[in-house]
Design a protein around this ligand. Structure first.
Ligand SMILES: Nc1ncnc2c1ncn2[C@@H]1O[C@H](COP(=O)(O)OP(=O)(O)OP(=O)(O)O)[C@@H](O)[C@H]1O
Ligand SMILES: [Mg+2]
Length: 265
């Protein structure tokens, strides 16, 4: 049975992205099976589910990263609102998609460039040349990612000289600098200490006034704390979707309940 995946019109929320019947295949292996899901504009949606259920695969569809592998295949659509661009259509330029959608991956992946260049990268790709504006955005994004204090005196150092947790916050700053419409985060705090984690959670709550957020997390407390909506996936399928309070207090599906209460092994 398909999960109820669209936002209740009674909620009077705008939809930022509508995923419809999205399937994805790595060669012959199907990793996503007809997933339908709405992302509410300027809200945080948490994507939860056991290891291997397809969360990262789902996120990677949004910036067409799978296109790098000729064996991969999409079905269905991901409509970015308000212009209804189908992100996964071959007719849509992946570069255009990546300009509108920021992504932070499970493993920190800074470019082998300076700290400053990493954060400025998205602005430069967009053709921004105003040095003063770039410097302001770089500082603003580093502050948002709670990394400014540690990097303000070493912006010209290589990003590779940062610790793993600092690199992850740098990747968050890099994603934020161009002010994306949609921000996708794949377990962004799994490499961070509790203080940096709390800072990032606070940041997400502030950011949602400007940007729509989809966050993958294995931390149920985190999902319950930060998100407005929760989607639970199992073996490539969306099992349950709803407002976070409801999903965590009165889930409709036994599988969801087992997972969030830790009974799922
Ligand atoms: N490049 C790939 N080629 C083939 N199969 C892949 C590839 N990447 C992932 N898969 C498979 O797709 C399925 C979903 O993987 P995915 O990485 O999306 O899971 P996940 O939910 O993000 O898990 P985790 O919580 O461990 O990060 C798994 O069965 C995985 O083995
Ligand atoms: Mg993953």
């Amino acid at each position: 049975m398909a999960a109820i995946s669209h936002i209740d019109p009674k909620e009077a929320l705008a939809v930022k992205a509508r995923v419809e019947q999205l399937s994805f295949y790595y060669g012959d292996a199907q990793a996503l099976n007809r997933v339908s899901l709405d992302l509410a504009e300027r809200r945080i949606t948490a994507l939860i589910g056991a290891s291997g259920c397809g969360k990262s695969t789902f996120l990677r569809c949004f910036n067409r990263l799978h296109d790098l592998y000729p064996e991969s295949r999409y079905e269905g659509q991901i409509l970015l609102k308000p212009d209804d661009i189908n992100i996964i259509s071959k007719a849509v330029d992946p570069l255009e998609v990546r300009l509108r959608i920021g992504m932070v991956f499970q493993k920190p992946n800074p470019f082998p460039k300076t700290i400053f260049e990493n954060v400025a990268y998205g602005l430069k790709v967009r053709g921004v040349r105003d040095r003063h504006f770039i410097e302001e955005r770089v500082e603003g994004a580093l502050r948002q990612a709670s990394l400014w204090a540690e990097t303000r005196d070493r912006l010209q150092d290589s990003a590779m000289t940062l610790s793993g947790g600092q690199q992850q916050r740098l990747c968050i700053a890099r994603a934020l600098a161009p002010q994306p419409e949609l921000l996708l985060l794949d377990e962004p705090t799994s490499a961070l200490d509790p203080i940096a984690t709390a800072n990032i959670e606070e940041l997400l709550s502030e950011l949602k006034e400007q940007v729509t957020i989809l966050i993958v997390t294995h931390n149920m407390q985190q999902a319950a704390r930060v998100s407005d909506f929760t989607a639970f996936m199992h073996l490539g399928e969306l099992v349950e979707f709803g407002d976070t309070d409801t999903v965590f207090t009165t889930p409709r599906q036994k599988k969801t309940e087992d997972y969030i209460t830790g009974r799922y092994g």
